[in-house]
Design a protein around this ligand. Structure first.
Ligand SMILES: Nc1nc2c(ncn2[C@@H]2O[C@H](COP(=O)(O)OP(=O)(O)OP(=O)(O)O)[C@@H](O)[C@H]2O)c(=O)[nH]1
Ligand SMILES: [Mg+2]
Length: 278
């Protein structure tokens, strides 16, 4: 029996959705990972440019803001389990707009209702670090109040992400009376190579985004937090990386599993969703 895994891939602009998609696809085709392509994938247009750039050792452009494309990848895991993976690529502004407009387009409503698994990409390196009572002396809050112009209100990155989760959970018609097991939630801390750390991914998330982590942990039974470096290093858009061009992009990229173990198999986060392993 073929299972259907429709991934709700959630990530704002510039978090690495397109490069992860392209690297994932490349791994499936190379058939050396836990998940392998089993049949002909369809709708690969979203990734063909990225695949071409990576083969030359360069990174690709930002996805147009209004585009949303789903490709369908028939896959098989090591135990012979078959699945059809529906993997989207889109301009990340759409995610930011869901929260700022406080309106959900019908197409996104459908996607949320149809998804079996949620995969959220967070690029810690590009998040703003917050100033609060703990990082700034009280004095500075007192003086800022005396300034005449009203401070523009903008929620913190963390608050915005929680707001997004709440909107999606509402749309998915989940009951939050008890922690959720479905949809399964995987948080990928993307561009892991940019963060100089030896911490475990869940610990790092807890330290850097404590409010978000506490929200996620109280609403899901076993959220999985994995470090992801789809590229392994930064690539230029104009100057080819010789190593990449010689060894091939499938030789680069890794994940850091929740227990700290490093693996070159970047299909593992999705393989874990398929087996139901935490
Ligand atoms: N260092 C490093 N950079 C990465 C990695 N993955 C992606 N990048 C870079 O991060 C930038 C954004 O990656 P994209 O995949 O285009 O991000 P996106 O989420 O598709 O962004 P939008 O298309 O705007 O929604 C690009 O410049 C990539 O080269 C990684 O694993 N490591
Ligand atoms: Mg993109």
């Amino acid at each position: 029996m073929t299972e259907q895994h429709t991934i709700l891939l959630i990530g704002e602009s510039n978090v690495g959705k397109t490069h992860y998609g392209a690297q994932f696809l490349k791994r499936l085709m190379a058939k050396a990972c836990a998940l392998k392509m089993h049949g002909a994938p369809t709708n690969l247009e979203a990734f063909t440019t990225a695949l071409g750039c990576l083969t030359e050792g360069m990174s690709t452009d930002h996805t147009p803001a209004s585009s949303y494309v789903e490709s369908v990848w028939p896959i098989q895991d090591d135990s012979g389990r078959l699945a059809e993976l529906v993997w989207p690529d889109y301009g990340g502004e759409q995610v930011r707009n869901l929260v700022t407009d406080r309106r959900i387009p019908a197409a996104w409503r459908e996607r949320v209702l149809n998804a079996t698994d949620w995969v959220v990409l967070i690029r810690l390196h590009s998040l703003r670090s917050e100033e609060d009572l703990f990082s700034r002396p009280l004095q500075s809050f007192a003086t800022s109040k005396t300034q005449s112009e009203p401070a523009a209100f903008e929620p913190s990155d963390q608050a915005r992400m929680i707001e997004l989760f709440q909107m999606l959970l509402y749309l998915a018609q989940t009951s939050l009376e008890s922690p959720l097991s479905k949809p399964r939630l995987t948080i990928l801390l993307s561009c892991w190579d940019e963060i100089q750390t030896t911490e475990l991914p869940p610990d790092l998330l807890a330290a850097r985004l404590p409010m978000l982590w506490s929200f996620v942990r109280s609403n899901w039974i076993s959220p999985s937090v994995i470090g992801l470096s789809a590229l392994e290093k930064a690539l230029s858009k104009t100057v080819p990386d010789v190593d990449y061009a010689m060894r091939g992009p499938e030789d680069f990229g890794y994940v850091i599993l929740p227990n700290g173990e490093r693996s070159n198999d970047i299909t593992l986060p999705i393989q874990q969703l398929m087996t139901g392993a935490a």
